[in-house]
Design a protein around this ligand. Structure first.
Ligand code: TEU
Ligand code: CA
Length: 544
């Protein structure tokens, strides 16, 4: 079956699309330096076309000292030489387009790198024109302006003795926050966005976009008072084209604010990444994790599915480069259940309303990894290990948190083959490759008609050929059931039932009468036995 190619000039085309996230450092290396690169992505476009995706969200490839793997940009209009050249990027855009794939770049607009020309200038003096591109407060180097903490540990204020001032940073010390209250700064950002639009980029993912309106003095990070004003200006100045797709990362989004972000008039963004479902199995901090209570997840989805229906647009994701692998988190990554639980989770997510995002390796059922602390590369992991052990935590407990929640779980190299280097590199990979690449890899998946890969391919095809996925109304069945997640989607003409067993047990399940005996669109067990077997998932469908 050849892929259905969407008309991408029209507002809203993304409602029928499925995107795929590439974390370039870990996708495909072509020059044996152990780091993925743009030519590597070009060489794998046929694979992505086979999967059937419409667009690639490419994590940052701009010039960067790589303190936070490219989320610390030192030049918004240059490609980091580690990834290749500007002409490689241009070739990627053209080659992807030939295969019906749009490139979506990652914009990091809340902060930049401390090596950016703007910051280097800002350090030269209070009168420098770039000084006000950042957020400064006078101080003595002993007591920071307030108690705010940075996400990657320590105070959110770092002192510069030469200036007698602190600068504000919500993330690492090397990621100074940009001052959005300065219109000259905003205008510079818009210019660099236009640079990429003119190169043919089809859209953007906007890093921590809900934090650009921060008010450092009032300790406000997300959802600042000028946030929506800034977003509307950004949209007017940088994204005037109808067909550009924009997705904002917004940990602080609620159903109500998502309606504003994704308003149908296109005044802000196409959609947001909201994280309420991703926070259900953690304590007040992400490192303090607890088991998922399935009724909470179901209630959360119900709230979003019904809340945004016809009033906004959501994204659907279970993984990204900051999150642990979903099959290890909510599925079961032991050999017996890995494949079925990976398919079950995909069924749950892809049956809903919104635009699905698949994170590299998710379509293979890639799993979490456990490494000794010194082998982790992530700045967040290293910092939390240092902070918690210094505060008296037992190292084993800290490691347990890192195994469960650490970002490097998602960042180990893509597993292409069973060979040494996993077909990812011929050199030494920048982060260890998961040992299970000997049997979890793309080559094996492509040779097995029952693989997780082909299951995702089919889910993508179904979304494109059945309107109900795009517009059907969501109803939750059996909300208190702790092991089964079942819901329906209905349009006037089309009716869909999605059933997912989140447990390793065989359970009874009564198919609602109207779905009895109707077509099974997809399922992870091939025969039609009654009852729900371990991690069984199915979609039943009829038309009226
Ligand atoms: O992440 C935003 C964010 O707050 C968290 O996901 C963060 O990465 C961390 O896991 C919280 O514990 C975005 C990017 O996706 C992330 O990779 C960057 O490190 C971060 O912004 C800073 O740019
Ligand atoms: Ca390389």
């Amino acid at each position: 079956m050849s892929n259905i190619i969407l008309d991408k000039s029209k507002h809203g085309w993304w409602k029928s699309a499925v995107f795929y996230q590439i974390y370039p450092k870990s996708f495909q290396d072509t020059n044996a330096d152990g780091i993925g690169d743009l030519r590597g992505i070009i060489s794998r476009l046929d694979y992505l076309q086979e999967l059937g995706i419409d667009g690639i969200w490419l994590s940052p490839v701009c010039q960067s000292p790589q303190v936070d793997n490219g989320y610390d940009i030192s030049d918004y209009c240059a490609i980091d030489p580690m990834f290749g050249s500007l002409s490689d990027m241009e070739e990627l855009i053209v080659e992807a387009e030939k295969r019906g794939i749009t490139i979506i770049m990652d914009l990091v607009l809340n902060h930049c790198s401390d090596q950016h020309f703007w910051f280097l200038e800002a350090l030269k003096g209070r009168d420098n024109p770039y000084h006000d591109f950042f957020i400064w407060r006078d101080g003595d180097g002993v007591t920071p302006p307030n108690e705010m903490k940075a996400t990657f540990g320590g105070s959110a204020w770092t002192y510069v003795p030469e200036l007698g001032q602190y600068y504000f940073h919500q993330f690492a010390v090397e990621q100074p926050d940009l001052n959005w209250d300065n219109p000259a700064m905003r205008a510079e950002l818009y210019k660099s966005i236009r640079f990429w639009v003119e190169k043919g980029v089809g859209g953007f993912r906007l890093d921590v976009i809900d934090q650009i309106g921060k008010v450092a003095d009032q300790m406000i990070t997300a959802n600042g008072p000028r946030l929506h004003e800034f977003l509307q200006e950004l949209s007017r100045e940088a994204f005037p084209e109808e067909g550009l797709v924009t997705v904002g990362e917004a940990w602080g989004a609620t159903v109500d604010s998502a309606k504003i972000y994704s308003a149908e008039d296109g005044s802000e963004l196409s959609m947001v990444f909201q994280f309420q479902h991703m926070c259900l199995d953690q304590g007040p901090e992400k490192w303090d994790f607890k088991p998922l209570y399935l009724p909470d997840l179901k209630a959360c989805y119900k709230n979003w599915q019904q809340g945004l229906h016809t009033e906004g647009w959501n994204s659907l994701f279970l993984n990204n480069h900051d999150l642990p692998r979903i099959v290890s988190r909510w599925g079961n990554d032991c050999d017996e259940h890995r494949v079925n639980s990976a398919k079950m989770l995909a069924t749950m997510a892809h049956g809903m309303q919104g635009t699905p995002y698949i994170y590299q390796g998710e379509e293979l059922g890639m799993t979490n990894i456990r490494l000794p602390i010194e082998e982790y590369a992530d700045i967040e992991i290293q910092n939390i290990y240092r902070e918690r052990t210094a505060a008296g935590w037992h190292p084993e407990d800290v490691m347990a948190s890192i195994y469960a929640r650490g970002r490097d779980n998602a960042r180990t190299p893509m597993q292409w083959t069973a060979k040494d280097g996993a077909g990812f590199t011929q050199g030494k990979p920048w982060l260890p490759i998961n040992g299970n690449h000997t049997y979890i890899n793309a080559e094996a998946a492509l040779a097995d008609p029952d693989s997780v890969f082909y299951y995702y391919k089919k889910l993508i095809e179904l979304r494109k050929s059945h309107e109900v996925f795009r517009s059907g109304w969501f109803e939750l069945l059996d909300p208190d059931n702790e092991k089964v997640f079942a819901y329906t989607r209905d349009t006037e003409k089309e009716h869909l039932l999605v059933v997912c067993n989140f447990s390793g047990e065989t359970l009874p399940f009564d198919v609602p009468e109207r779905f009895c005996g109707c077509e099974m669109l997809i399922g992870n067990y091939s025969d039609g036995e009654p009852g729900l077997r371990p991690y069984e998932a199915a979609m039943l469908y009829y038309r009226t």
